[in-house]
Design a protein around this ligand. Structure first.
Ligand code: ACO
Length: 376
C-alpha cells in the first residue's frame, strides 16, 4: 500500500512519548535498560534484578533483591477457583489465549482490596510472579503432569522450567533461561508495550493493560515469531535443504520468521547473545542440529535479503532443547515482557496523557442518506 502524504503507516519513526525505561540504538545495535547495556545485564545480572531495575529505575541492593525474590515466591500461587478455571479450559486451546483470559480473570478473583495495588508495583509483582504459574497450570493439565507447586526456593527462570517440563533445570539451563528472560524483559515502544500504554492512558487498570499486551504479543509479526521459526526448522529438516527452501519462500515473497526489525538496521544485540546460548545448550545436549540449521538459514537470508536475525531466531532452539513445547515459547516471552509492560504502565500513570492519534480520512463526506425502503 502506498503511504499517503502526512501518514506514517505503522507509526514508523513517530516519537509518541518520553520514557526513561529503555533505549534502542537501531543503527549501533545497542539496547539499554534504565542506563545499563543489555550485554552487561545478560552477562552479570538476573531476571529478578532486571525487573526491579525496570520498575524502580535503579539496581536493587542485596536486601531489596532478596525481598523481591521472596515476594515472587509468595505471589506465585493462584486463587484455587482460577486454577479450576484454567484446568477446565479446552486442552487444545492456544496457550496465549489461555494466558490472556487468565490474566484478565485474575483481576476478578482478586477484589480491589486484596489486589496488591491495581496500579502499583505490587500489581506488577503479582502479575510477573503469576504468569509462569498460569502457563504451567494449563500445560501440566493438558500434558498429564502433576499439579504445580509454588517452589519459592526457585528463581523465576528455574521455576519457569520446572513449571513447563516438571524437572529442575541444570545450572546451565537455568542460566540460559535467565538470560532469555533478561533479554526479553523490555523493548521500548514495541507493539504490545504500546498496547499496554494505550490502555493505561485511558486510566484503565494494570490488569486490563497487561491483558491488551498479551493479545498483542500473540501475533506472528511480534512475539509469535519464535514458534514459527521452529516450524520452519522442522520443515527444512536438514542443512542441505535449507538453501532451496528459503529461496522458494523468498521467491513467493514469504516472510522468514526471526529476521528483520522495525528499529534495528543491524543485528539485534539480543540475537547475538542468544546465538551463543543456542550453541552452548546445543553442545551441552550433544545436539547441534538446530544451531547448524539456523546458521545456514541466517547465511541465506542475509545474502539474499540483507536481513539480520532478531530476538526470535535463536530463542526457540534453546527452549526446544530443554524439552519445552513450541506453543509455550510466546508465553515464555510474555513471562519476561510482563516486567517491561508493567514498568511502562507505571510510567504512563506518572505522566498520563490519553494516547489518541488521528487518521487521515480518505472516504466520502457528502453522501445523501437514502431511506431503507428506497434502497431496493
Ligand atoms: N522475511 C522476508 N522479508 C522481510 C522480512 C522477513 N522476515 N522482514 C522484512 N522483510 C522485507 C519486506 O518484505 C519488505 O520488502 P519490500 O520492501 O521488498 O516489500 C522490507 O523487508 C521491509 O519490510 P517491512 O515490513 O516494511 O518492515 P517492518 O519494519 O514493517 O517489519 C517486521 C518489521 C514486522 C519485524 C518484519 O521484519 C517481519 O515481518 N519479520 C518477521 C517476523 C518476526 O520475526 N517478528 C519478530 C520481530 S521482533 C519482536 O517482535 C519480538
Amino acid at each position: 500500500m502506498v503511504e499517503a502524504p502526512g501518514v506514517q503507516r505503522g507509526l514508523e519513526d513517530v516519537v509518541a512519548l518520553e520514557s526513561r525505561i529503555c533505549f534502542i540504538d537501531g543503527l549501533q545495535g545497542r539496547l539499554i535498560y534504565q542506563g545499563y547495556d543489555i550485554r552487561d545485564l545478560a552477562a552479570q545480572s538476573n531476571f529478578e534484578e532486571v525487573a526491579y531495575l525496570l520498575w524502580y529505575g535503579r539496581l536493587p541492593t542485596a536486601a531489596q533483591l532478596a525481598e523481591l525474590r521472596e515476594r515472587f515466591g509468595l505471589l506465585r500461587a493462584l486463587p484455587p477457583s482460577l486454577v479450576d478455571r484454567i484446568e477446565s479450559m479446552p486442552p487444545e486451546s492456544n496457550p496465549m489465549d489461555v494466558l490472556r483470559t487468565a490474566v484478565s480473570a485474575l483481576a476478578l478473583f482478586e477484589p480491589e482490596e486484596a489486589k496488591p495495588g491495581a496500579s502499583s508495583i505490587g500489581g506488577a509483582q503479582r502479575l510477573t510472579a503469576a504468569l509462569p504459574t498460569i502457563i504451567g497450570t494449563f500445560h501440566r493439565r493438558r500434558a498429564g503432569l502433576p499439579p504445580l507447586r509454588a517452589r519459592p526456593e526457585l528463581s523465576q527462570a528455574a521455576y519457569l522450567v520446572y513449571a513447563l517440563v516438571d524437572r529442575d533445570p541444570t545450572e546451565l539451563e537455568a542460566r540460559a533461561i535467565d538470560v532469555a528472560l533478561i533479554l526479553h524483559a523490555d523493548h521500548e515502544l514495541n507493539a504490545s508495550t504500546f498496547a499496554a500504554r494505550v490502555t493505561a492512558s485511558t486510566l484503565s487498570d494494570l490488569y486490563s493493560a497487561v491483558t491488551s499486551a498479551v493479545g498483542t504479543l500473540k501475533g506472528p509479526l511480534h512475539g509469535g515469531a519464535n514458534e514459527r521459526v521452529m516450524e520452519l526448522l522442522n520443515e527444512i529438516g536438514t542443512t542441505e535443504l535449507a538453501e532451496a527452501i528459503i529461496q522458494e519462500k523468498l521467491a513467493r515473497h514469504e516472510r522468514i520468521m526471526g529476521f528483520g526489525h522495525r528499529v534495528y538496521k543491524v543485528e539485534d544485540p539480543r540475537a547475538t547473545i542468544l546465538r551463543e546460548w543456542s550453541r552452548q545448550i546445543g553442545e551441552a545436549k550433544g545436539n547441534m542440529r538446530y544451531f547448524e540449521l539456523l546458521r545456514k538459514v541466517e547465511a541465506v537470508v542475509h545474502r539474499e535479503k540483507g536481513l539480520y536475525p532478531n530476538v526470535d531466531l535463536y530463542s526457540g532452539s534453546i527452549y526446544s532443547l530443554l524439552g519445552i513445547a513450541h506453543d509455550l515459547f510466546t508465553p515464555i516471552f510474555a513471562s519476561s515482557r510482563v516486567a517491561g509492560w508493567t514498568a511502562h504502565v507505571l510510567e504512563e500513570y506518572q505522566d498520563l496523557r490519553l494516547i489518541r492519534p488521528t487518521a487521515k480520512y480518505v472516504g466520502p463526506t457528502d453522501l445523501t442518506y437514502e431511506p431503507i425502503a428506497a434502497r431496493g
